[in-house]
Design a protein around this ligand. Sequence first.
Ligand SMILES: NC(=O)c1ccc[n+]([C@@H]2O[C@H](COP(=O)([O-])OP(=O)(O)OC[C@H]3O[C@@H](n4cnc5c(N)ncnc54)[C@H](O)[C@@H]3O)[C@@H](O)[C@H]2O)c1
Ligand SMILES: O=C(O)C(=O)C[C@]1(C(=O)O)C=C[C@@H](O)C=C1
Length: 310
Amino acid sequence: MSVIYQRVALIGLGLIAGSMAHAMREAGLAGEIVGHARSAETRETARQIGLCDRVTDSAAAAVADADLVVLAVPVGAMGAVAAEIGPHLKPGATVTDVGSVKQAVIDAVAPHLPAGVHFIPGHPLAGTEHSGPRAGFATLFRNRWWLLTPLPDSDAAAIGRLGDLVRAMGAKTDSMDAGHHDLVLAVTSHAPHLIAYTMVGVADHLRRVSGEEVIQYSAAGFRDFTRIAASDPTMWRDVFLHNKEATLDILGRFTEELFVLQRAIRMGDGQQLFDYFTRTRAIRRGIIEAGQDTEAPDFGRVGLPPAPKA
Ligand SMILES: NC(=O)c1ccc[n+]([C@@H]2O[C@H](COP(=O)([O-])OP(=O)(O)OC[C@H]3O[C@@H](n4cnc5c(N)ncnc54)[C@H](O)[C@@H]3O)[C@@H](O)[C@H]2O)c1
Ligand SMILES: O=C(O)C(=O)C[C@]1(C(=O)O)C=C[C@@H](O)C=C1
């Protein structure tokens, strides 16, 4: 593939920036990749493993003459980084971010960017529970959505070029309004993470009562929760603090549904439980049929009954 941006600056050298560096390298999408991270230890590791062509000690030096700047730091750090790099951006450059929350990032970043710089916020819907400069890998974005939330005055050509880059890294693109993004992600990612954190917390509490059995005999479902609950504490603290309204809205709805199921169990209402679980099974099947979960088991192979007709 051919070079899409001559110089790309990655600010924050963790899972997402690292995966971008690997993916861009593999496909030859950037003339030069320059990186910066706040901690000296991370910069040193990035240099040792050759994550970027150059690693700079300041964010300002990293963005000098860059055609694309990617903000890949925790959501709560985006504003401070934008303030630092704003005066050093090349006229005509594109700035994007990969934050898991969009409206708060737009509010924090946009005021610091000079006129003539294109700000196109984005969010790859791909990740793992690992973080740091060694966590990245080239295939992370393959067949995953990468949502763009352009501003009303974002330049169409700049959006198109950024879209070309993320598609060349293997992702599928879509664009939407930032507020809508935050509500959708509160349902599909943020509330589920909070639930996983809580469930592992409950098990940990119980372990103090019942000894090690809770961990020793943890079944597959619980293991999935522990993977999610091992995600980076700084990243997730910032997600919840910056997508507060939507997350609280979804958690309120979650609690209502939980009470419905809790009552059905108390009342011995098997039909209600069965109907509910039949509906949720159909949702899972829909996700797989839409090709959204490439690692999911083949339902035909495991012999589940066909999905109920809508
Ligand atoms: N991990 C995921 O699953 C995932 C998925 C999609 C999007 N995101 C988003 O991507 C962003 C980065 O997440 P990640 O998983 O790569 O995190 P990470 O913890 O692996 O990396 C973050 C990097 O940012 C650096 N950093 C922190 N504060 C900084 C600052 N003020 N200036 C410069 N560098 C700073 C850290 O040193 C680290 O190198 C976050 O906004 C997160 O919400 C994460
Ligand atoms: O697979 C995981 O570890 C993830 O949780 C990745 C995941 C998610 O799907 O919720 C987490 C946060 C992001 O902003 C995007 C992706």
